[in-house]
Write a protein of this length. Structure first.
Length: 647
């Protein structure tokens, strides 16, 4: 026996493997560089590492933005070359005898078992038995061999002729070709082969149904005579049922049964819709409660001397989140249950009629398979979500943190959990779709080929997306910033409203929403991580007693730090107070006040207000630029013709 090969698939698979290796290598290198050199600074190299240093320098100096068009052109050319290689390989391998595609392709449903090919006989919406025929390698030129699908089609045609409706005849009590009451299946030996025949009291000659062959007996492991008797009993029962269901009396009962199934389907779907609506109301109330709990995060104004455990604080949020996830899952399950009820109801209705029974079987089998796969996929997604929540609470069960960082910790955990769960959901559903396609046997070779080509194209086209995902992962792992922080990226600054693996969204002071791809984030200024600093610069007049001015500043800071309203927000009231600069405008005094995260602006504004009042009450004026005017006498020139008296 010769074995067939699919050269195009092999070539594309190799290209896909190469693209995948390059993709993973790029991600690994970027992760390694970012973790080793977070600021993208060139490391120190020895003389023996001259090549490595040159390569690193090229990477640092390369202008990636200007080279995107060149990379796109190279990617298009690479795709054309790959398609050319695939076509050339397919043509070249097609010229080799024994490797042509005609030897590989077999009709759908045909199974190969040793030197035989097998196929089911479907009749009246049921699968009766398998028939076997000798193996056919080249279906375009089978020779004396009869492919199994042709033999099955002939048997199916013979059975359909027996149950076909004929022209009504008042002298006959039945409407089918053969009389169901006098039907008989006989076995006769013709040319040494058992043949199954159908006849009744009105047929002149019996009708041939099928011939039991040596391949059939070999597959079932019995003699042809015993197999013929077994099929005789089965066919007689199935033909009798098929003929009875096609009589006028049976049609009325089928109509009544179909109506009952439709009524039951409608009633069941209404119950499911009502429960789905109740869960929707419950979901809305839980979402409002979740917003209230997230808005009630403990204020960072609480003194940092107290200690609290993170899981105890996040317990209400995660518990509420678990309840919401349960509601989401139940609504999702009811949605698919609604589709399943109508699919099963329509299939059951169609199954009552023998003319549509085979279509009903196909209708119920494929949707149930798809719905079951989607149900298992959704169940795996929900269970993994619960597992992630449990892991987060368990990993932080022994962590004791200060309340000043409790809000930031909770926001970071919620951000990471959201990103991980989103990525997890995408991966799970990709696996589910692949499983459905594989189970349905929808052109597996074409799917693999298309997937390989798409993977190869994605490796060229999705480079920026890979950079976005890599930088987003590093931002989360390194805790560079989280939702709620006030940061500055490049020339944009604002409060972080949304953070995922691909983008970062900021809300500026003007209220504008700024979206920045994570791959463009090279330097971040975080103004609210751990603690903040209020920096105040005060210019006083040049004639001011500097010691007296500094004393007034100390008194103002002390009064502010002792105020019950502002004391919780100030960590270090006098981190720095000193003379910073002397100029023509006066003397500049710099003050640093360490505050809780993101409280520097409130503290700074209140301190400036109080300092203005204190300086004014003590007669200390703010510095102003000074202009000194020097006047000199103007000497007029002597009259013309007279000498200068000064000489």
């Amino acid at each position: 026996m010769r074995f067939a090969v699919e050269p195009g698939l092999a070539t594309v698979s190799l290209c896909c493997m190469a693209a995948s290796v390059a993709f993973l290598a790029g991600v690994a290198n970027r992760l390694r560089w970012r973790s080793t050199y977070p600021d993208y600074q060139q490391p120190m190299f020895t003389e023996s590492d001259a090549q490595t240093a040159f390569f690193w320098s090229c990477l640092q100096n390369w202008n990636w933005r200007q080279s995107r068009q060149h990379l796109a052109r190279v990617g298009v050319i690479g795709l054309l070359l790959v398609f050319g290689l695939i076509l050339q390989a397919s043509v070249a391998f097609g010229q080799i005898p024994g490797l042509t595609s005609t030897e590989v392709q077999v009709p759908q449903g045909v199974e190969r078992f040793g030197f035989n090919e097998l196929l089911y006989i479907d009749f009246n919406g049921k699968r009766l038995f398998k028939i076997a025929s000798p193996l056919v390698l080249n279906r375009s030129d089978p020779g004396s061999q009869i492919p199994v699908e042709l033999r099955a089609a002939q048997i199916k045609s013979n059975l359909d002729q027996l149950i076909a409706n004929t022209v009504s005849d008042e002298s006959r009590s039945y409407s089918t070709f053969i009389d169901p009451k006098t039907l008989q299946i006989k076995v006769e030996v013709i040319n040494g082969q058992p043949v199954l025949l159908a006849k009744d009291a009105h047929l002149v000659e019996p009708r041939v149904i099928l011939t039991v062959t040596d391949s059939d007996a070999q597959y079932y492991g019995t003699s042809k005579e015993l197999l013929a008797k077994r099929w005789q009993t089965l066919l007689e029962a199935e033909l009798h049922e098929a003929l009875e269901s096609r009589q006028p009396e049976a049609f009325k009962q089928q109509i009544r049964d179909a109506a009952l199934y439709l009524i039951a389907t409608l009633f069941s779907s209404l119950v499911v819709v009502y429960i789905w609506w109740l869960l929707g109301k419950r979901k809305q109330s839980l979402e409002e409660l979740q917003k209230d709990q997230e808005a009630a995060l403990p204020s960072t104004e609480t003194p940092h001397l107290y200690q609290a455990k993170l899981p105890e604080y996040l317990q209400p949020i995660f518990s509420l989140k678990s309840r919401l996830q349960l509601v989401y899952f139940l609504r999702w399950f009811l949605f698919w249950a609604f589709l399943l009820i109508w699919t099963a109801g329509v299939a059951a209705t169609l199954y009552q009629f023998p003319q549509t029974r085979l279509f009903a079987v196909r209708l119920i089998s494929t949707p149930i398979l798809v719905l079951s796969a989607l149900l298992l996929t959704g169940l795996a997604d929900s269970l993994s979500t619960v597992a992630i929540d449990k892991f987060i609470k368990a990993s932080a069960s022994s962590e004791v943190i200060s309340l000043e960082t409790l809000q930031r910790k909770s926001q970071r955990i919620l951000t990471i959990v959201g990103a991980v769960q989103g990525l997890k959901t995408v991966l799970i559903y990709i696996v589910g779709v692949i499983f459905i396609l594989q189970t349905l046997q929808i052109a597996p070779v074409s799917i693999l080929t298309l997937g390989a080509v798409l993977a190869l194209a994605a490796s060229f086209a999705a480079q920026s997306l890979v950079k976005d995902l890599t930088n987003g992962l590093l931002i989360l792992l390194e805790d560079q910033y989280a939702v709620g922080d006030f940061i500055s990226i490049n020339s944009a600054s604002g409060t972080v409203e949304n953070l995922n693996l691909r983008i970062t969204q900021l809300r500026s002071n003007a209220g504008n929403l700024i979206t920045i791809p994570n791959s463009q984030i090279q330097q971040v200024e975080n103004m609210g991580k751990h603690w903040s600093r209020a920096t105040v610069l005060i210019e006083v007049a040049y004639e001011t007693d500097i010691d007296a001015a500094i004393k007034i500043i100390h008194e103002t800071i002390e009064a502010l730090s002792q105020d019950p309203e502002w004391q919780p927000q100030i960590l270090n009231p006098e981190e720095l107070v000193g003379l910073e600069n002397i100029s023509h405008a006066g003397m500049t005094i710099q003050i640093w006040i360490r505050t809780l995260p993101l409280k520097q602006w409130n503290v700074g504004r209140e301190f400036r207000r109080r300092l203005k009042i204190a300086l004014g009450s003590n007669g200390i004026q703010i510095g102003t630029p000074q202009l000194i005017s020097i006047q000199q006498p103007i000497i007029s020139p002597p009259p013309f013709g007279q000498s200068n008296p000064g000489k």
